[in-house]
Design a protein around this ligand. Structure first.
Ligand code: HEC
Ligand code: HEC
Ligand code: HEC
Ligand code: HEC
Length: 433
C-alpha cells in the first residue's frame, strides 16, 4: 500500500513537472524575437547615437552591423564596390547633362560607410543643405528631436558636419530598450500621415519593410528651406509621384540641350517593391532577404550585415526556396532583361534630347509643340530613372520594372516626334539603325 502510494505521488510529481516544462517551452517558443533572450545588461538612452553602447546588450547584432564597413564584393549589377555608374554607361552623361549626377555617380556601399561616403561626394558643395544628411547618421533622431526637422534642413551641410559623428546605427531603426522597429525619419511619418496611415498600427512583419523606408525611398527638398518630403500624397506608384510633381511644378534642373525642366529620382526601393511585387503580395519583407536569421552557436539573430542577398543566397533565399540555384538564376535572367530594356530606353531618350536640341536651334520653331516635346522628355526620363536609381536592377518587382520601361521608351519616342513636328522637318534627326 505504502509503496504504491509513493509511486503514485512520484509519478504525479513527474507529470506536473513535465507539463510545466512543456508549458515553459511553448511559452518561450511563442515569444516574439525581440524579447527573447536575457534581460538587457544596460539601460540605453532613447535615441542613443553610439551603436557600441547598444552593442553591450546585443553583441551579435552590433558585430554584424560592423561588418558592413568592410564589404567590397561586386555582383553583376550591384554589390558593395563603389564602381562609377557613369563609366559603366556613358549615356548617363547626356541624360544628366547640366546636373551634378553627371559629375559623379557611384554604386552604394554598406551602412557603416554612410557618413564617410556622403562627405566624399564631389556633388556636395557650399550650397548643399544639411537635408543631404537625413539618411546618413544615427545622430539624426536625436538632433531632429532637439531642433525639429525644419531647422535641421535649413542649416547648411558644412554647419551640420560637426554634430554628426556616427554613421547609420541602431537608433535609425529601433526604439531603445523595447527594441521595437520604429519610424525615425519625420519625413516618413508625415508621408504616411498624408496617406491616412499610422505606422504605430502596423504589424511587426510590415515594420520589417517600413523601417527601410526611412531612407530607401524617392524624396525631394521643398522650397527655400529644403524641407525633406516624400512625394507620396497621391500614392507611391510612379504615375502618382509624377502627377504630384506636376501639380507642384517641381523641377531639379533644366536640361541644357533639350531645355526640359527635369526631375531626378533617388533610390525608390520601397516604392518599386510595394507596387504589388510577387514577394510583397506574398507577405515577404525587405528584412527577410537582406537580414535573414543567422546562427552563432546557440544564438539565433537577424544578421545586421546588410548587403546584396546574392552573396549569401543560401541563407537569404534558402529560408523559403528549396532550389536556391534556380531562384538566383532567375535573378540573373530578370536583371539581364531589365538592363537590356533599360538600354533601349536610354537610346530613345538620348535621341529625343538630340532632336529637341536641334529643334530648339531652329528660328521659327513651333514653341507650343516644343514645350509638349519637352514635357514628354521629362515624363520619359523620370520613369526610366525610377528604375535606374532603384537598387536591384528590377528584381524587386520585374513586371512593374518592364511595364514602366516600356512606357518610358514610348514617351521618349513621342518626344522625338514632337521635336520633328515642332521643327517642321525630319532633317533634324539622324535615324538610328
Ligand atoms: C525577395 C528578396 C528581396 C526582398 C524582399 C528585397 N530585396 Fe533588395 N535585393 C534583392 C536582390 C536579389 C537584390 C539584387 C542584388 C544584386 O544585384 O547583387 C537586391 C538589391 C537591393 C539593394 C542593392 C544592393 C547592393 O548590393 O547594392 C538594396 C539597397 C535593396 N535591395 C534594398 C531593399 C529594400 C529597401 C527592400 C524592401 C523595400 C528590399 N530590398 C526587398 C532581394 C530582395
Ligand atoms: C537598418 C535598420 C536597422 C539597424 C540600423 C539596426 N537594426 Fe536591429 N533589427 C532590424 C530589423 C529589421 C530587425 C528584425 C526585427 C523583427 O523581426 O521584428 C532587427 C532586429 C533586432 C533585434 C531582435 C533580435 C533579432 O536579431 O532579430 C535586436 C536585439 C536588434 N535588432 C538590435 C540591434 C542593435 C543593437 C543595433 C545597432 C548595433 C541594430 N539592431 C541596428 C533593423 C535594424
Ligand atoms: C537611416 C537610413 C537607412 C535605413 C533606415 C536603411 N538604409 Fe540601407 N542604406 C542607406 C544608405 C545611405 C546606404 C548607402 C551607404 C553608402 O553607400 O555609403 C544604404 C545601403 C544599403 C544597401 C547596400 C549595401 C551594399 O553593401 O552595397 C542595402 C542592401 C541596404 N541599404 C538595405 C537596407 C534595408 C533592407 C533596410 C531596412 C532593413 C535599410 N537598408 C535601411 C540608408 C539606410
Ligand atoms: C520569406 C520567404 C521568401 C524569401 C526569403 C524569398 N522568397 Fe522568393 N518567393 C517567395 C514566395 C512566397 C513566392 C511566390 C510563390 C512561389 O512562387 O513560391 C516567391 C517567388 C519567387 C520567385 C518567382 C517570382 C515570380 O514572379 O514568378 C523568384 C524568382 C524568387 N522568389 C526569388 C527569390 C530570391 C532570389 C530570394 C533571395 C534573395 C527569395 N526569393 C527569397 C518567398 C520568399
Amino acid at each position: 500500500m505504502k509503496r504504491s502510494s509513493t509511486v503514485l505521488i512520484l509519478s504525479g510529481i513527474i507529470v506536473v513537472l513535465a507539463v510545466g516544462l512543456i508549458a515553459v517551452l511553448l511559452f518561450m517558443k511563442n515569444q516574439p524575437a525581440p524579447v527573447r533572450g536575457v534581460t538587457p545588461l544596460m539601460e540605453i538612452a532613447q535615441m542613443e547615437a553610439d551603436s557600441s553602447k547598444w552593442g553591450l546588450n546585443f553583441p551579435n547584432q552590433y558585430s554584424t552591423l560592423l561588418l558592413t564597413e568592410g564589404n567590397n564584393t561586386q555582383t553583376a549589377y550591384a554589390g558593395s564596390n563603389p564602381f562609377s555608374k557613369l563609366e559603366r554607361d556613358p549615356r548617363l552623361l547626356t541624360l544628366f547633362a547640366g546636373y551634378s549626377f553627371s559629375k559623379e555617380y557611384n554604386e552604394d556601399r554598406g551602412h557603416l560607410n554612410s557618413l564617410t561616403d556622403v562627405r566624399a561626394i564631389a556633388r556636395v558643395d557650399e550650397t548643399t543643405h544639411a537635408t543631404c544628411y537625413s539618411c546618413k547618421s544615427a545622430n539624426n533622431p536625436g538632433v531632429w528631436d532637439e531642433m525639429g526637422m525644419e531647422a535641421y534642413d535649413k542649416m547648411m551641410f558644412s554647419e551640420m558636419t560637426p554634430r554628426l559623428e556616427e554613421p547609420i546605427g541602431c537608433a535609425n531603426c529601433h526604439e531603445a530598450n523595447s527594441m521595437r522597429l520604429i519610424v525615425t525619419n519625420p519625413a516618413l511619418e508625415e508621408a504616411l500621415e498624408a496617406q491616412g496611415k499610422d505606422w504605430r498600427t502596423f504589424t511587426r512583419q510590415e515594420m520589417r519593410t517600413v523601417v527601410c523606408a526611412n531612407c530607401h525611398v524617392e524624396y525631394y527638398f521643398k522650397g527655400e528651406g529644403k524641407y525633406l518630403v516624400f512625394p507620396w500624397a497621391k500614392g507611391t506608384r510612379i504615375e502618382q509621384i509624377s502627377e504630384f510633381y506636376q501639380e507642384i511644378e517641381f523641377t531639379d534642373w533644366t536640361h541644357p540641350q533639350s531645355g526640359t525642366p527635369m526631375i531626378k529620382m533617388q533610390h525608390p526601393d520601397y516604392e518599386l517593391f510595394t507596387a504589388d511585387s510577387t514577394h510583397y503580395k506574398a507577405g515577404v519583407a525587405c528584412a527577410d532577404c537582406h537580414m535573414p536569421y543567422t546562427r552563432d552557436g546557440a544564438a539565433k539573430f537577424s544578421t545586421h550585415n546588410v548587403h546584396s542577398p546574392l552573396l549569401n543566397a543560401e541563407t537569404a533565399c534558402g529560408a523559403c526556396h528549396t532550389d536556391v540555384k534556380y531562384v538566383t538564376d532567375r535573378v540573373s535572367m530578370i536583371q539581364n532583361q531589365v538592363w537590356a530594356t533599360m538600354e533601349a530606353t536610354e537610346d530613345a531618350l538620348v535621341e529625343a534630347i538630340q532632336a529637341l536640341e536641334a529643334a530648339t536651334a531652329i528660328a521659327d520653331v513651333d514653341e507650343a509643340l516644343l514645350t509638349e516635346g519637352r514635357n514628354l522628355h521629362r515624363e520619359a526620363q523620370l520613369r526610366w530613372d525610377f528604375l535606374a536609381a532603384e537598387s536591384s536592377m528590377g528584381f524587386h518587382n520585374p513586371e512593374e520594372a518592364l511595364r514602366i520601361l516600356a512606357d518610358a521608351t514610348n514617351l521618349a519616342r513621342q518626344a522625338q516626334i514632337k521635336a520633328i513636328l515642332a521643327a517642321g522637318t525630319p532633317d533634324i534627326i539622324q535615324i538610328s539603325q
